[in-house]
Ligand binder design. Structure first.
Ligand code: URA
Length: 256
């Protein structure tokens, strides 16, 4: 990001006021006076104004290709957490996971410090669809597809209708794509258990409009593009908040 943009975003000043401050010699980047407003900062740059550190208050959005065996938690005394896979500069900017994936679940996890967007993405009022690829024990059949579409009765709640599409099926094992717009604890695993199939692997492909790119290596993260952020905002808008937005809804509490 440009230095003048960073300064104007971080304080109550316009871009041209930020430019004047920079040209006056009051701003340092990594200890060096910098006089050019267009100077590019890296994620690690430390900016000071009259000796005081200027914190970056910009919103940060990052997607992580979560590996198996990593906890979706901010810290844990024993296990590796998703925060261990996020660069220090983003941790300093207080990005947090949006919802959670189980320790053995792989795939797309969004992290951000945009509390409002995170809240919208997790809100049961805005049915944000998530797509998973599930490998399960036993043969999946059309009866399972119908049961998911009807809404499954679990021990403590009835799961909302979900889309199940069988990719391959034999007596030992099946693979399916499943789309849900709730996020209750172990939701997908519990839905399969309710129709008699144990999940042996679960991978999240997409979250709302955001899809895990095929070239993002396991354990790696990358910032969202402006277009990806905008699309997420639009898919979480309620109908009465915008006339030109599509259907809105949401999902539950724990898995996400
Ligand atoms: N449903 C699950 O059962 N586990 C996850 O990690 C995500 C959704």
């Amino acid at each position: 990001m440009r230095l003048d943009k960073y300064l104007s975003q971080s304080g109550e000043r316009s871009r041209s006021e930020a430019g004047k401050l920079i040209r006056s010699g009051a701003v340092r980047v990594d200890g060096q006076v910098v006089l050019r407003p267009e100077t590019q900062l890296s994620a690690q740059s430390v900016v000071t104004l009259a000796g005081e550190t200027v914190e970056d208050s910009s919103m940060q959005y990052v997607m992580l290709h979560k590996p198996a065996g990593v906890l979706t938690a901010v810290r844990d005394s024993r296990a590796q957490t998703v925060m261990d896979l996020v660069p220090e500069a983003l941790k300093r900017r207080k990005v947090l996971p949006v919802g959670r994936l189980d320790k053995d679940t792989t795939g797309l996890l969004l992290l951000t410090n945009d509390g409002e967007l995170a809240h919208r993405l997790l809100s049961p009022a805005r049915h944000v669809w998530k797509q998973y690829r599930a490998t399960v024990e036993g043969r999946l059949t059309q009866a399972d597809v119908d049961a998911f579409a009807a809404g499954l009765q679990l021990s403590d709640f009835t799961a909302k209708p979900a889309r199940l599409s069988i990719v391959e099926a034999d007596d030992a094992r099946s693979v399916a794509l499943v789309e849900v717009h709730e996020g209750k604890f172990h939701q997908v695993k519990r839905m399969f258990a309710a129709v008699g199939h144990e999940v042996t692997a679960l991978h999240r492909h997409s979250f709302g409009t955001l899809a895990l790119p095929q070239d993002l290596p396991v354990g790696a993260c990358r910032p969202l593009t402006d277009e990806e952020v905008q699309a997420l905002r639009e898919c979480t808008a309620l109908k009465n908040e915008s006339k030109d937005k599509g259907p809105s809804d949401g999902r539950g509490t724990t898995n996400g």
